[in-house]
Design a protein around this ligand. Structure first.
Ligand code: SF4
Length: 316
């Protein structure tokens, strides 16, 4: 949950998640829908899908016992080299190097390493430094203390903005501090303009109902409930008739909503539609009928939640 998300945001989600799924078995047995509904609003839903899948693999392949071997840990969905190493260090006292975003920042500054840390060459160099610094094997408990200290240093002292160099235990040898380059390191990600995409989302409404469609497991918002989408040029009435067998009346337009993903920006044009034909058995068309209350409590992305809150209220 903490990947790309701040602790303060994560805490309530984390507590709710642990209350619902206190162990690997309960998580493995849960439906993906139940997992994603607890993730709803947190974003980066692949993390929730990966966690769920990982729990299922641990139950199916490892008898519910978390694997010990670094390579096996790293094979779990969503677990990269640094996360696998952190698990092996803290859970089993194994001696591996970690290199998360905070640690990259500490190393880039302390060693005065130029280059965007996400670039292959810079990352290789940072991993090399991380490996070299692992404490010697003969001191019991040292690896956990060292790893925790490194993570805490990056999270609390050597922060992205306004690091507290005056109280930093590394200040004597820190190259960035000595060369007055603290605010230049780590090198920023090369600027790239994000492509802008556009879509129309159909808010198919009747009385207190809205029709939602489950997205495929892969891709953006995988496995979440969403409003059906059409392109800007598609004819709404004939699309609804052909795809869903529904007659609709297009209602007054709502203002567009902008949503940013890591790789692109999406402008959503919400199109409220009053369904004229009776709403029955729409599961056949990949649609499911939700009351607004249920829809807002379901596994939906934040953008869809915002759209549903904008939807006109119907009485018929
Ligand atoms: S002295 Fe400053 S820049 Fe260097 S490691 Fe410490 S907090 Fe980071």
């Amino acid at each position: 949950m903490l990947q790309q998300t701040q602790v303060a945001t994560v805490v309530p989600y984390y507590l709710r998640f642990l209350q619902q799924f206190p162990d690997i078995n309960s998580l493995a047995l849960a439906s993906l829908d139940a997992v994603l509904s607890l993730w709803s609003g947190l974003g980066y839903y692949a993390r929730g899908r990966n966690l769920h899948r990982a729990a299922q693999i641990i139950v199916d392949q490892y008898n519910g016992i978390f694997p010990h071997d670094l390579k096996l840990i790293q094979q779990l969905p969503g677990v990269g080299r640094s996360t696998a190493a952190a698990i092996a260090v803290f859970a089993y006292g194994e001696e591996y190097a970690i290199l998360d975003g905070n640690v990259k920042r500490v190393f880039a500054r302390y060693f005065g390493i130029n280059g965007y840390p996400g670039a292959k060459d810079t990352e290789t160099l940072l991993w090399q430094k991380a490996e070299e610094l692992i404490p010697r094997k003969d001191i019991v408990g040292q690896i956990q203390t060292y790893t925790q200290a490194l993570m805490d240093l990056g999270a609390t002292i050597c922060t992205r903005s306004r690091p507290q160099c005056s109280v930093c235990p590394l200040r004597i040898d820190c190259i960035a501090l000595r060369e007055n380059r603290v605010d230049k390191l780590p090198t920023a990600r090369p600027r790239k303009l994000l492509p802008q995409k556009e879509t129309v989302m159909l808010m198919m409404l009747q009385q207190n109902w809205v029709l939602l469609q489950k997205r495929p497991l892969t891709g953006i918002w995988g496995g979440l409930w969403c409003l059906p989408e059409i392109s800007l040029t598609e004819d709404t009435n004939s699309y609804c008739q052909q795809q869903f067998g529904l007659n609709v009346r297009v209602m007054a337009e709502l203002p567009p909503l902008d949503h940013s993903f890591t790789h692109f920006k999406l402008r959503i044009y919400p199109r409220p539609l009053h369904i004229i034909s009776p709403v029955i058995a729409h599961k056949n068309y990949g649609l499911t009928r939700f009351s607004f209350e249920d829809a807002l409590g379901a596994a939906i992305p934040t953008a869809v939640r915002r759209l549903l809150l904008m939807a006109p209220k119907l009485t018929s």
